[in-house]
Design a protein around this ligand. Structure first.
Ligand code: GLY
Ligand code: MN
Ligand code: MN
Length: 430
C-alpha cells in the first residue's frame, strides 16, 4: 500500500456511529465500486467507493460489508466479504487482502469470501425487519452508471420484496461531514503534498510552457510522495481560460503577461485536498492584476472567519456575496446603481463570481454534508472566491481548506502555502 492506512480503531468508531442510527432489527450492506471497463480488456484504475472505505478502510474491489447489530449470533453483527485470494491471483495481480490482514486493517473479526455472500445474506435476512440500501444522494450527484450497489439493490428487492427498505445515505452524509482527528491528519497530508507541488511549480513556471507541462510537474510531485495523484481533474488555466470554470483541457501555451489559475489537489489514502492559486506566468503581477488579486484574497480571508458553528451554508453564501459586492464596486466592475437595482434571486456580483464559495471536503472532493443544516466543529470546508473578468482576459480564484473549530476561527490546513501576492513574486524570483 503506498499510503499509511489509518488505525482499525477509527473504522470501528465509524461503524459504531453508523449503527447507532439504525432502526432495531436492521441489516445494512455496502458494496465496493466496480472496476470500470474501457474496451477490450482495458480498465480504469480502481477507485474504492468512499462509504465502504469510511466504514472499513478496505481499498479493494469486490468487497462487501454487512452490518447487523441485532444479529442472532454476535459473530454476524459485522461481516466483511472479500474477493477470494489464491496462488493464481497472487501471481498475476499480487497479494490481495488475506483474512488475517483484513482483520488487522478493519477490526472486523468475521470474514468470508465474496462468493459466499448470497447464502449468508439470505440466511440472515430471515431475522431482519429492515434492509438499509445505500444510494448516492449527494446534492451534486448524477447517477448515469449502474453500480455494484445498484445491482445488489435490484437483486435484494427481488429476493426480499416484503422487507422494509431504508436509506443509509442520509446517515452517512451527516457522519462523514464531521471528521475525526485521524481523518483530518490524512487530509493534512494530502494538503502538504499539494503544497510541495505548488512550491515546485513556483520555481518552474514561465511563459512559453504548455499548461499540461505544469500539470505534469504536479503529477510528479504527488506520485513521488505516496499519493495516487490528483484528487480531481486539475485545472491549469492561463489567461482567459481561467474564465471557463471547468476548464480541464490544459492544452494551451502560457503567454507572457498571463495569470495562470491553478486548481489542483493531491489525494492521499483516498482523502482529498483542494487548492487554488493564481500566479503570474512571468513572476510579476500587473497593478490591475494585483488589485483584483488582493480583492479576492480579502474576500477569502473574511469569508473563512464566518465558518463558525451555527451558520448554514446558504446564510454564509449570502454574507460572502455582500463582501464580494463591496469589492466589485471598489474595482469599478459594478456600480452602486446596479447593486441597488439588482435582482435578489441573482445579485449583481454573480456576473463576476458565479459559483459557490465553499463545499465540504473529505473522502470526496465535493464531500458529503447537508448544506441547510448548521455547520459543526470538525467539518472541513473549502473557501474559494473568485473574480472572473472575460473583458480583461483573466480570472482569479484563491482556495484553501479549513477545519471548523469549537470556538474561534477555523483552522487553515493550507496556512503555509504561499498566497500573498508579494510572497508569490518573491518566490518566483528565485
Ligand atoms: N476543484 C474543484 C473545486 O474547487 O470545487
Ligand atoms: Mn478547487
Ligand atoms: Mn473546491
Amino acid at each position: 500500500m503506498r499510503y499509511q492506512p489509518l488505525p482499525a480503531e477509527l473504522y470501528k468508531k465509524n461503524r459504531k456511529k453508523f449503527v447507532a442510527h439504525l432502526k432495531p432489527s436492521s441489516i445494512a450492506v455496502f458494496n465496493s465500486n466496480d472496476i470500470y471497463p474501457i474496451s477490450a480488456d482495458s480498465t480504469l484504475p480502481f477507485q474504492q467507493h468512499r462509504d465502504i472505505f469510511y466504514l472499513t478502510g478496505v481499498d479493494q474491489e469486490e468487497s462487501i460489508l454487512l452490518l447487523f447489530p441485532d444479529a442472532p449470533e454476535d459473530k454476524f453483527k459485522e461481516i466483511l466479504f472479500l474477493r477470494e485470494t489464491n496462488d493464481h491471483i497472487k501471481v498475476w495481480e499480487g497479494e490481495k487482502l488475506t483474512k488475517e490482514k483484513a482483520r488487522e486493517l478493519t477490526g472486523i473479526q468475521t470474514i468470508f469470501w465474496t462468493h459466499e455472500f448470497e447464502n449468508i445474506f439470505k440466511n440472515l435476512m430471515r431475522y431482519a425487519e429492515h434492509i438499509y440500501f445505500n444510494l448516492n444522494e449527494h446534492y451534486r450527484a448524477d447517477n448515469p452508471v449502474e453500480t455494484r450497489e445498484d445491482r445488489f439493490i435490484k437483486w435484494a428487492k427481488q429476493q426480499f420484496p416484503a422487507h422494509k427498505y431504508e436509506r443509509s445515505n442520509p446517515i452517512l452524509q451527516r457522519l462523514r461531514s464531521i471528521k475525526e482527528p485521524e481523518e483530518i491528519s490524512q487530509i493534512q497530508k494530502a494538503c502538504d503534498i499539494t503544497k510541495a507541488g505548488f512550491i515546485h511549480v513556483l520555481q518552474v513556471m514561465k511563459p512559453g510552457l504548455f499548461e499540461y507541462e505544469i500539470e505534469a510537474e504536479f503529477a510528479r510531485a504527488f506520485l513521488r510522495r505516496g499519493s495516487k495523484g490528483f484528487a480531481y481533474t486539475p485545472i491549469i488555466a492561463s489567461g482567459a481560460n481561467a474564465n471557463v470554470l471547468h476548464y480541464i483541457q490544459n492544452d494551451q501555451i502560457i503567454k507572457d503577461g498571463d495569470l495562470v489559475l491553478i486548481d489542483v489537489g493531491a489525494e492521499y489514502g483516498n482523502w482529498s485536498s483542494d487548492l487554488t492559486r493564481t500566479i503570474p506566468a512571468n513572476g510579476k503581477f500587473t497593478p490591475r492584476q494585483k488589485e483584483v488579486y488582493n480583492a479576492v484574497l480579502r474576500v477569502k480571508n473574511k469569508a473563512a472567519r464566518l465558518l463558525k458553528p451555527g451558520i448554514t451554508i446558504p446564510e454564509y453564501h449570502k454574507i460572502v456575496g455582500e463582501y464580494m459586492t463591496e469589492e466589485l464596486i471598489k474595482l469599478k466592475l459594478l456600480t452602486l446603481y446596479e447593486v441597488k437595482n439588482q435582482n435578489p434571486e441573482w445579485p449583481a456580483y454573480k456576473k463576476y463570481f458565479m459559483h459557490g464559495t465553499s463545499h465540504h471536503l473529505g473522502l470526496d472532493t465535493h464531500d458529503y454534508g447537508i448544506l441547510e443544516e448548521p455547520i459543526q466543529p470538525g467539518m472541513v470546508l473549502t473557501v474559494e472566491p473568485g473574480i472572473y473578468i472575460p473583458e480583461e482576459g483573466f480570472g482569479i480564484r484563491l482556495e484553501d481548506d479549513y477545519v471548523v473549530q469549537e470556538e474561534g476561527e477555523p483552522f487553515n490546513l493550507m496556512a503555509d502555502i504561499p498566497i500573498e501576492a508579494d510572497e508569490i513574486e518573491e518566490l518566483m524570483k528565485k
